[in-house]
Design a protein around this ligand. Sequence first.
Ligand SMILES: CC(C)(COP(=O)(O)OP(=O)(O)OC[C@H]1O[C@@H](n2cnc3c(N)ncnc32)[C@H](O)[C@@H]1OP(=O)(O)O)[C@@H](O)C(=O)NCCC(=O)NCCS
Length: 169
Amino acid sequence: MHITEGTPRASAVEMNELVLPTYANALGTIFGGQIMAWIDVCAALSAMRHARTQCVTASMDALDFILPIEVGHLVTLRAMVNYVGRTSMEVGVRVEAGDPIAAERAHAASAYLTFVALGPDKKPTRVRELVLETPGDRLRAEEARARREQRLALAAARRTLRAAHEERG
Ligand SMILES: CC(C)(COP(=O)(O)OP(=O)(O)OC[C@H]1O[C@@H](n2cnc3c(N)ncnc32)[C@H](O)[C@@H]1OP(=O)(O)O)[C@@H](O)C(=O)NCCC(=O)NCCS
C-alpha cells in the first residue's frame, strides 16, 4: 500500500508489549508509570519519524487510565503526529489492551504529547510541514491546534502569575 511522505499516516508507529509480572503493582495490574513510559517511547518514535531528527518531550497532556490492565495482557500502542507548529509537534497515542489468546482489545488510555525537534546544536529546529491528506487528518490537526492554543495560553498565564508573585517579593 502506498503511503504519502510527510502525512500523519507516514508517522504512524505501533508498539506491542506483554505485561510481565515485573510491571505490576500490588493489585496485579500494571503500574501507571510503565504505561506512561511506553506512551512516551511510542510517541517519540512517531515524532522522530516525521521530523527526521532527535526530538524531546516538552509536555504530556492529561492522561486518563480508562481500564486496569492485567498481568499477561497484551498492550498495543499506536502513535501518530496530529499537528506541526514551527519546531514542535503534537503526537496522539491510543493504548489498547486485552487477553492475547482471546484476541480481545479494549481502549485503555489515550494521551497527547508535545515534542520539540532538536538540531545538531541541540537547539529547537524547524519541522517540515505535515501533509494533511484525509478529512480525519484535517480534523485531528484542527483539534490539536486548539489544544496547542490552550497550552500556550496556560503557560503565558502561569508566567504572568509568577512574575507578579516575584514582584511582590
Ligand atoms: C522543550 C525545550 C527544548 C523547549 O525549549 P525552549 O527554549 O522553551 O524553546 P522555544 O521557546 O523556542 O519553544 C520551542 C517550541 O516548543 C514549544 N514548547 C516549549 N515548551 C513547551 C511546553 N511545556 N509544552 C508544549 N510546547 C512547548 C513552543 O511552543 C515552541 O513550539 P513552536 O516552535 O512549534 O511554536 C526545552 O524546554 C527542554 O529542553 N526541555 C527539556 C526536555 C526534556 O528533557 N524532556 C524529557 C526527556 S526527552
